[in-house]
Design a binder for this molecule. Structure first.
Ligand code: DGT
Ligand code: CA
Ligand code: CA
Length: 588
């Protein structure tokens, strides 16, 4: 992550209260640690009460301290005032440091479990000697928890569930999994009476490659009934929280979905806010302040007159701030606000501008669709062409085909094209770049193909220098048109191979080699950031699905999302060309 740049807003809103927040956080934590350790209840309460008072203090605590009035803050007694004073003078509180160092680390982690508070942690520690999540799990499995005062079989089972969730909590889900879940939920939400304007916001709407949780906004004529119907949906595993206009549920074991029922008149600002990213929002609020407005999720308020403007459409929020509408995929604070203010946002590529797919497999290698089936599905998507690019022999596990078979395939495709009207099948290959940088087919064979896609599959653990020279050698081969999945990463499973991408993109620019944005959901390779760099370096890209079945041609949407997040315009993407222009470009 790039270093955080303090924005104007940060200074205006946060600066004055930074100390207050720090101190409140420490006091809260002291209260919890004391409670875990079974300390006197009044002492525990004193800390949380003081923390709350400081949190809601209107003025800077340092000013109060300079006036010597710390103990005049309601809830702050002499002992706590001394600790605050110690903090403001020395930067730390000895009693806090001692408390932290003498509390087993695992006990603080126990507090993060849903439904487990300091009192429970203290009880578990005192009665069962539990001080880590693992020990708690063992105790629950041995049914030692249900016998404790105030516990029981249900609470014990809930603890096990909370542990499971806690363990998987950091796992973000791939966008494609989120899409499947959202589509499933949507079918149910659409049937809930009174619920309308349902939009998924958050990282999902921005099209991030992985999604932490799913944030849904909607309006409703009967909010509490809508919420009740939401938490009753059949696929709900758990309800994390439920209020009159908001609920959080767990689906498929670990995926959190939040539904917020919002006011129609603020729908535009709310959608803007909950789409994020946080970094984008922070910068946008800074711009609003510069223009004399305070932007919140409810309204845009004039600072001088206090007049409040409401927006039911998100577009109007950006308009009121004097900038172009920013597509959600760009909202990462990577220069999009500056570009929108200067009226220089890119005209992003979209699915409707895609005219074909340049990397798909058929039953000739490891695909499950015949060429005819792939073609017929491609035509149903409105495409003008498709390149059938089966594997070469080195990739034996993927059914790579011999030179003879490839030539046979090329002939077959030529014949098929003769009977086709308004569609072109390109005879291609996904040729393996071998460990020594040579290609898996001889040049005279590659020459017979319309499209040559080259890729590394084997020997991926080589040193950077070796990987670089393999890719450069492939790009320098005059028959190679496209490099597939250029970094080799598999999301959540395999890091990119060691490769100098700047060198690779420079070579692509020099040799006119097209770089692939592989749309396969586990790949998304090039990533959004590399795609943007490639664009800046003048490299053209192909968005390709690597489909191994007809329905996987539908992965194109994920590739297009990556391209949009990489600021790509149609002219940066080769498969926005018509069949005629593409063939001219490829010299067919
Ligand atoms: P995720 O769920 O980790 O993939 O990422 P997001 O972006 O969906 O984040 P999430 O679910 O925590 O919050 C949804 C949006 O709400 C986020 O994109 C922006 C907004 N938001 C949340 N917390 C804050 C905040 O502290 N400040 C600001 N300005 N916006 C926030
Ligand atoms: Ca989210
Ligand atoms: Ca959320």
């Amino acid at each position: 992550m790039k270093p955080h740049e303090p924005s104007l807003l940060y200074h205006l809103v946060r600066f004055n209260h930074v100390r207050n927040k720090e101190i409140a956080a420490i006091l809260y934590e002291m209260g919890e640690l004391l409670e875990i350790r079974g300390e006197n209840r009044f002492k525990v309460i004193a800390y949380s009460r003081a923390a709350r008072a400081i949190e809601s203090l209107k003025e800077d605590i340092e000013d109060v301290w300079r006036r010597g009035e710390l103990d005049r803050i309601p809830g702050v007694g002499k002992a706590i005032a001394e600790k605050i004073s110690e903090y403001l003078t020395t930067g730390h509180i000895k009693a806090y440091d001692d408390l932290v160092s003498s509390t087993p680390k695992g006990m603080k982690e126990l507090l993060q479990l849903q439904g487990v508070g300091p009192k429970t942690v203290a009880l578990l520690h005192e009665k069962l000697g539990v001080s880590t999540v693992d020990e708690l799990e063992a105790a629950a499995r041995q049914h030692r928890i249900r016998r404790l005062p105030g516990m029981g079989p249900t609470k014990e089972a809930n603890i096990l569930k909370a542990i499971e969730r806690h363990r998987r909590r950091s796992t973000r889900i791939p966008l494609s999994v989120a899409v499947r879940i959202v589509e499933h939920i949507m079918r149910h939400l659409e049937g809930i009476e009174g619920l309308s304007n349902i939009t998924v916001a958050g990282s999902y709407r921005r099209g991030k490659e992985t999604v932490g949780d799913i944030d849904i906004l909607a309006t409703s004529s009967r909010p509490s009934e809508s919420i009740a119907a939401f938490v009753r949906m059949p696929m709900v595993d758990d309800i994390l929280g439920q209020g009159p206009t908001k609920a959080s549920i767990i689906i498929e074991g670990t995926v959190q979905v939040d539904l917020r029922i919002v006011e129609p008149r603020s729908y535009g600002t709310l959608l803007q806010y909950f789409t994020g990213s946080k970094e984008h929002n922070v910068k946008l609020r800074g711009i609003a302040l510069q223009r004399g407005y305070s932007l919140s999720e409810y309204s845009l308020k004039r600072l001088d007159t206090g007049e409040e403007l409401f927006f039911d459409r998100e577009e109007d929020v950006y308009k009121a701030l004097g900038m172009q509408y920013i597509p959600p995929e760009l909202r990462e604070d990577r220069g999009e606000i500056e570009a929108a203010l200067a009226n220089r946002l890119p005209e992003l590529v979209d699915l409707s501008s895609i005219k074909g797919d340049l990397h798909v497999h058929s039953t000739w290698s490891d695909g499950v669709g015949s060429i005819e089936e792939m073609v017929s599905h491609a035509r149903s998507l409105g495409y003008e062409y498709i390149a059938i690019t089966d594997h070469s022999p080195s990739v034996g596990i993927a059914g790579g085909i011999s030179e003879e078979r490839l030539l046979e395939k090329v002939e077959t495709i030529y014949r098929m094209n003769e009977g086709l009207e308004g569609f072109r099948i390109l005879a291609g290959t996904e040729v393996d770049i071998r460990a020594d940088g040579s290609l898996d087919y001889r040049d005279e064979i590659l020459e017979r193909c319309d499209v040559v896609v080259a890729a590394i599959h084997m020997a991926q653990s080589q040193k950077e220098r070796e990987i670089n020279s393999r890719l450069v050698a492939a790009m320098e081969n005059e028959h190679v048109d496209i490099i597939a999945h250029p970094t080799g990463r598999i999301i959540g499973r395999r890091e990119p191979y060691r490769v100098d991408m700047d060198l690779i993109l420079e070579t692509a620019a020099r040799t006119g080699t097209i770089m692939e944005i592989n749309a396969y959901p586990e790949r998304l390779d090039l990533s959004d950031e590399w795609a943007r760099r490639a664009k800046e370096m003048g490299v053209r890209m192909a968005i390709s699905t690597d489909a191994h079945s007809p329905d996987q041609l539908g992965f194109m949407r994920y590739g297009v999302t990556v391209a949009r997040r990489g600021w790509l315009e149609p002219s940066n993407v080769i498969n926005t060309l018509s069949a005629k222009d593409l063939m001219r470009h490829l010299g067919i």
